[in-house]
Design a protein around this ligand. Structure first.
Ligand SMILES: *[C@@H]1O[C@H](CO)[C@@H](O)[C@H](O)[C@H]1NC(C)=O
Ligand SMILES: *[C@@H]1O[C@H](CO)[C@@H](O)[C@H](O)[C@H]1NC(C)=O
Ligand SMILES: *[C@@H]1O[C@H](CO)[C@@H](O)[C@H](O)[C@H]1NC(C)=O
Ligand SMILES: *[C@@H]1O[C@H](CO)[C@@H](O)[C@H](O)[C@H]1NC(C)=O
Length: 285
């Protein structure tokens, strides 16, 4: 008996025909609960959107909100990228033509005509400051010309189109990675590149010549304002021409940036402000 009563009580709980209640609530009561949750979730979604929107408003498109304290910029070389080795045989055109091709491609945007079209002539030896005023953004920001012809014997122009690779006096091009806002050598001489033999390869490196003269990155190329604000920015370059490299030998070279406010001898970071690479030019015999 008791069992039967329980059973019908349970059934009645699910659907009570007398009161027309489903699970103890009337249709309108269920409707209200449903409405409440719909409203509640719409409210949560709205709150979330507003939060994200407000956060995005505080970001500036043109510069990172948070950036590590200016550490030391990395340096890169061309014609090689990651592997940092230039090994070829002087007499074997095929062994060096890929280097020449890589330099041609890399320097193409630096063609004098391209630079004249995209960039402006700046006043050398001083930083090219283009700050925003309080409310008006000073964009787009202009960039200074860096002309391929300034690399002279390493420009690949005219009769030097093999960048010296064919005669065992190869050019290596060095660039400093972009760091927004960096002013290397601020209040002092312009930053410059200096290359020397590494380890016991002392006299194998021979003499080097830098282009532009003294291997400097002119002050006018700094600061860099970021890809979006400064669309046509061309990183300044320094070319190093190895004039009297010992042939048929591994020559390890290290190039460093010299600037009053940049450290290039950090033992923990071997790529900060310097780059090392291996050169080896073989001859047929
Ligand atoms: C740059 O100059 C080189 C040599 O004169 C030429 O072969 C190349 O097509 C030029 N590139 C551009 C993008 O103008
Ligand atoms: C960037 O280069 C393009 C193409 O020559 C030019 O139209 C534009 O004005 C340049 N922008 C700036 C900010 O110099
Ligand atoms: C390097 O340059 C110095 C000075 O210009 C010169 O005296 C020397 O002979 C050169 N060394 C080589 C190996 O060419
Ligand atoms: C290169 O350095 C020398 C000596 O420091 C200096 O006399 C000369 O003016 C510099 N040349 C350029 C183009 O900066």
């Amino acid at each position: 008996m008791a069992k039967d009563g329980n059973k019908s009580g349970w059934k009645e709980f699910i659907w009570n025909p007398r009161t027309r209640e489903f699970c103890g609530r009337t249709a309108s009561s269920w409707g209200l609960i449903f409405l409440f949750y719909v409203a509640f979730y719409i409210f949560l979604a709205g709150l979330f959107s507003v939060t994200i929107y407000v956060m995005l408003l505080t970001l500036d498109d043109n510069k990172p909100t948070y950036q590590d304290r200016l550490a030391t910029p990395g340096m890169m070389i061309r014609p090689t990228g990651e592997d940092l080795e230039i090994i070829y045989n002087k007499e074997n055109t095929e062994s060096w033509e890929s280097f020449v091709q890589a330099l041609n491609n890399f320097l193409s945007p630096y063609n004098d005509s391209v630079q004249e079209q995209n960039n402006v002539e700046c006043t050398p030896d001083k930083n090219y400051i283009q700050e925003d005023s309080d409310s008006v953004k000073n964009i787009p920001k202009r960039s200074c010309q860096f002309k391929r012809s300034w690399l002279d014997e390493c420009s690949g122009l005219n009769d030097l189109r093999f960048y010296g690779y064919d005669v065992g006096k190869p050019c290596v091009i060095i660039k400093l990675n972009r760091v927004i806002g960096m002013l290397p050598g601020k209040n002092g001489p312009a930053p410059s590149v200096s290359c020397g033999p590494k380890g016991d390869d002392g006299d194998k490196m021979g003499n080097v010549t830098y282009f532009p003269a003294n291997g400097t990155f002119n002050h006018m190329y700094f600061p860099y304002y970021g890809k979006k604000a400064q669309v046509n920015y061309s990183q300044p370059l320094v070319a190093v021409k190895f004039m009297s490299l010992t042939l048929n030998a591994d020559v390890n070279v290290e190039c460093k940036i010299i600037a009053g406010n940049i450290q290039s001898n950090n033992d923990r970071d071997k790529f900060a402000g310097r780059v090392s690479f291996k050169l080896r030019i073989n001859t047929k015999n």
